[in-house]
Design a protein around this ligand. Structure first.
Ligand SMILES: [Zn+2]
Length: 104
């Protein structure tokens, strides 16, 4: 069973990353952009959206959920991570580190 030459990817993953990029430059300039928060935002947004797996060689066509759905999911995800980041906030004394894993 080593015949998996093509990769299967979730088309919504690429869309989520594009929207996160756009939002962080635009309406969420104050959001934390460390690798942990970025990963949390992408994971949470993807969990809001239906999976849309495609074979990677088909990228370039229009796949994935409608952009408006992706934008809604990303906005929700950024709000959640900003309210409850998985690390202490950098501004002194505002929030204690959370020890519980954030449920997705
Ligand atoms: Zn962070």
């Amino acid at each position: 069973m080593n015949n998996f030459n093509a990769s299967v990817v979730n088309a919504n993953h690429e869309r989520v990353i594009a929207v996160v990029d756009k939002f962080l430059e635009d309406r969420y300039r104050n959001a934390c952009t460390c690798p942990r928060c970025m990963s949390d935002i992408v994971a949470i947004a993807l969990n809001y959206l239906p999976p849309h797996y495609i074979v990677e060689t088909e990228t370039g066509k229009e796949f994935g959920s409608p952009w408006v759905m992706v934008e809604t999911a990303v906005a929700e995800a950024i709000d959640r991570v900003m309210e409850n980041p998985n690390h202490p906030r950098t501004k002194a004394g505002s929030v204690q580190p959370t020890t519980t894993a954030q449920e997705l």
